[in-house]
Design a binder for this molecule. Structure first.
Ligand SMILES: Cc1ncc(COP(=O)(O)O)c(C=O)c1O
Length: 387
């Protein structure tokens, strides 16, 4: 209990990954070489051109001032071009786009700017933790819908909509942690529901550019021709390996994007201008880089999948993301936290327990593909030896 934090923050549960993180740090202090496949922190480098542009522009005095809260025009224009080229979606850089400090910040402030206290939000479970908490930060209520596969997701949403007035549906495809993807028809159906019942759909599109072969994940916005019901959070974190740069966007419906832009104008002055300029280079000039990085993730995924299947895990087939999601063999009694702690202790490998992503994630583990192939192979050998 913290005497100064408010009720909301006091009531937030202890971050479930903390236990593993603390054990990981303690083991490292003892000199153990922990292979960290727990945290989804990309290990691949940001492209040299982007780094060079940052260095060049950081040396100019004019870039040391406050930037623009909603992002410089060139950056907003670059993301608009990407949307028209990749998805056929026409975004006005002035009304349909706002630059955010990564998709996580964008999502949280978006929800704070469109929700009223008590509004109801449907959230996928399991999910990236902020999806569970951003609605609560906005003082809204969450309705959790299990989503370990997408086959009956629409039916479940439909059932809720028939009984309950909801304000917002929060989804994320390609999905962390389950790696699930959807097609455009799926989004068409969601938009039809949004039209019928009148709610906003927010898609966290953080993994838009991490996909294998030709399976480019579709954009929700492409199903919403007049951008009436949808907002998407786009990010350079994963696709361009720019996690620490904190560059993302909220794009889509102008009322929702406008509300976020207004809130942000009270809160921040935008990120350091050289970061915005360098990010513009990434979007304008490095279309192929995300796919190059994805090829590396795919090789790693194949390696992990092979080991896990050999150990009788059921691995989720996937076309995208930088994770492997797998169901524990029966003998582990669905206890993903215990399993992950045991693995850390016995094999010096950190992984994420499915329960950390929501109650429907229990019985699963997530492995982040964020070490090189040699280290990943070593990790899998260690796990095999420990089981
Ligand atoms: C679904 C999802 N959304 C957002 C993020 C954070 O992205 P950003 O760095 O753009 O805030 C992550 C990072 O793991 C994620 O998995």
């Amino acid at each position: 209990m913290n005497k100064y934090s408010n009720e909301l923050i006091n009531n937030f549960p202890e971050y479930l990954f903390n236990e593993i993180n603390q054990k990981k740090i303690a083991a490292r202090h003892m000199g153990k070489d922990i292979i960290d496949l727990g945290y989804g922190n990309p290990d691949l480098p940001t492209h040299g051109k982007v780094v060079e542009k940052l260095i060049e522009t950081a040396q100019l005095k004019k870039n040391h001032k406050y930037s623009v809260s909603k992002g410089i025009f060139g950056l907003r224009e670059a993301i608009s071009k990407k949307y028209i080229n990749n998805y056929g979606v026409d975004l006005d850089p002035n009304t349909n786009v706002v630059n955010t400090i990564g998709s996580k910040e964008g999502l949280t402030h978006l929800l704070m700017s469109v929700l009223n206290p008590g509004d109801k939000v449907i959230v996928q479970d399991p999910s990236y933790p902020i999806h569970h908490f951003a609605p609560l930060i906005a003082r809204a209520e969450t309705l959790k819908v299990s989503c370990l596969d997408t086959s009956d997701f629409l039916t479940k949403i439909n059932d809720i909509l028939k009984k309950t007035k909801i304000k917002l549906l929060l989804i994320s495809f390609p999905h962390n942690p389950t790696t699930l993807t959807v097609d455009q028809i799926f989004y068409d159906s969601l938009i039809e529901l949004a039209e019928e019942y009148g709610f906003l759909i927010v898609n966290d599109f953080a993994y838009s550019d991490v996909y294998f072969e030709k399976n480019k994940p579709p954009s929700l916005l492409a199903s919403d021709k007049n951008l009436k019901h949808s907002v998407e959070l786009y990010s350079l974190t994963k696709g361009y390996s720019m996690a620490g740069w904190r560059v993302g966007f909220a794009v889509g419906n102008s009322d929702a994007v406008g509300a976020l832009t207004k809130l942000k104008s009270y809160i921040d002055y935008g990120t350091f201008q050289p970061i915005q300029i360098a990010s513009t280079v990434a979007l304008n000039e490095l279309d192929d880089y995300p796919f190059e990085l994805s090829t590396v993730y795919k090789e790693r995924r194949d390696l992990v999948q092979e080991y896990l299947e050999d150990l009788e895990f059921i691995v989720q087939e996937s076309d995208a993301t930088m994770f492997v999601w797998a169901k524990l063999p029966k003998r582990f009694n669905k206890d993903s936290l215990k399993f992950s702690l045991d693995i850390l202790e016995k094999s010096n490998v950190a992984i994420s327990p499915g329960i950390g992503f929501g109650k429907f994630g229990e019985g699963h583990i997530r492995i982040a593909l964020v070490e090189n192939k040699q280290r990943i192979r070593q990790a899998m050998k260690n796990i095999k030896a420990a089981l």
